[in-house]
Write a protein that binds this ligand. Structure first.
Ligand SMILES: [Fe+2]
Length: 265
């Protein structure tokens, strides 16, 4: 059995006074959520194989945010695999976070962990920059298809930052999703018998979508969470749902996902 924790959207900041520019009211500091997450993970009564962070590690693509992220994330148990989100600089993460032992930064990659393939897609596409609803290029999609083929039908986990397929929530589908994600879904569908799930973040809420035999799982942010419901056309805060993480246990063809919520202070 493979056991891992899925975390996302920590938005770690090197600025002790950080308040997001789009918020007019004071917001809780994102590093507090990471400290709460660490305390909770340290109390878990079971071992884990690794932690998967599906992006927006940092609040902004700045070196001081990346250095603070390294300081905080090195305190977590086990190796951590981090993907860049739209708030990150992948280059800075590789320079300042990645050490290849405790902290791994993955973009368009394929690594093997305890008999499983982890295939990642940098859903920011070619550019850095804050793109909420990117379009992935043909060469990047073709390279992803090749990486999936290279798994040879072995058990596989796929991860990226943005959601790929439609959910039914207009704000997510039109404003937060990979706009040509269906093309990637068609590749994933071909591998559904060996695919444990597609893990992502970006939408700051926990959500499962199951389509054509492919399971998509998103994770809450450790900081602030957002709403998703039929007809929601604009980003809306969900202050009733605390941050958290997913426990994922994989065995054979079974994918088990349990949500943990961070204790409120
Ligand atoms: Fe985020």
């Amino acid at each position: 059995m493979l056991t891992f924790l899925h975390i996302s959207d920590s938005h770690i900041s090197g600025d002790p006074e950080y308040n997001p520019p789009w918020e007019t009211a004071p917001s809780p500091h994102p590093n507090l959520g990471v400290e709460r997450l660490l305390a909770m993970i340290n109390r878990l009564p079971f071992p884990i194989d690794f932690i998967l962070h599906t992006g927006d590690v940092c609040a902004d693509p700045r070196a001081e945010d990346c250095r603070k992220a390294r300081e905080l994330l090195l305190q977590f148990p086990g190796p951590m695999y981090c993907l860049p989100g739209n708030h990150d600089s992948a280059e800075l993460m590789i320079d300042l976070l990645h050490d290849g032992r405790r902290l791994h930064v993955l973009r368009d990659d394929h690594v093997e962990i305890a008999g499983y393939h982890l295939v990642t897609l940098d859903t920011n596409g070619a550019g850095n920059g804050d793109v909420h609803a990117p379009t992935i290029s043909d060469p990047q999609i073709e390279a992803f298809a090749e990486r999936m083929k290279a798994t040879g039908g072995g058990p596989t986990i796929v991860a990226g930052h943005h959601p790929l397929i439609e959910t039914g929530v207009p704000w997510i589908d039109e404003g937060m999703r990979v706009q040509n994600g269906e093309r990637i879904h068609r590749i994933l569908r071909r591998h559904r018998d060996s695919l444990a799930g597609v893990f992502h973040g970006h939408i700051h809420q926990s959500m499962n979508t199951h389509s054509d035999g492919v399971l998509y799982v998103s994770c809450q942010s450790t900081w602030t969470n957002l709403a998703g419901y039929p007809g929601l056309g604009e980003n809306e805060r969900d202050d009733l749902t605390p941050g958290g993480f997913n426990l994922v246990m994989l065995k054979g063809s079974r994918s088990f996902v349990r949500r943990y919520h961070l204790a409120r202070q």
